[in-house]
Design a protein around this ligand. Structure first.
Ligand code: ZN
Length: 106
């Protein structure tokens, strides 16, 4: 997720500065570049701007599904090969349905 410097960073949606006392939201880089909501991936924005966006509900749903997969990650994976095998399997369904990029935790 992009870094927020309040008073300097600009909102992804309205391009205005995000002030010290404004609520903000954002998402990590979870969507592939060909996904229609890719512009929300690795973006930060005013919460009010996001909430008013017509795709806000769909993006929240995608992010919630992504989080559920990440939260279900086995804690006993030891090697990179084991981790990558789990990622391919766990994110395979989401990827097939939604075009998710597989950038789960690293
Ligand atoms: Zn904004």
């Amino acid at each position: 997720m992009g870094m927020i410097v309040r008073g300097q960073s600009r909102c992804h949606l309205c391009d205005r500065i995000m002030g010290l006392f404004q609520r903000v939201t954002g998402f990590p880089a979870i969507l592939g570049s060909d996904h229609p909501l890719h512009h929300f991936s690795d973006a930060i924005m005013h919460k009010a701007c996001f909430d008013a966006h017509p795709d806000a509900q769909r993006m929240r749903g995608l992010y919630d599904r992504w989080l559920r997969v990440v939260d279900g990650r086995p804690r006993d994976l030891k090697s990179l090969e084991e981790i990558h095998a789990w990622e391919r399997e766990a994110f395979g369904k989401l990827y097939a349905e939604e075009g998710f990029a597989v950038h789960p935790t690293s």
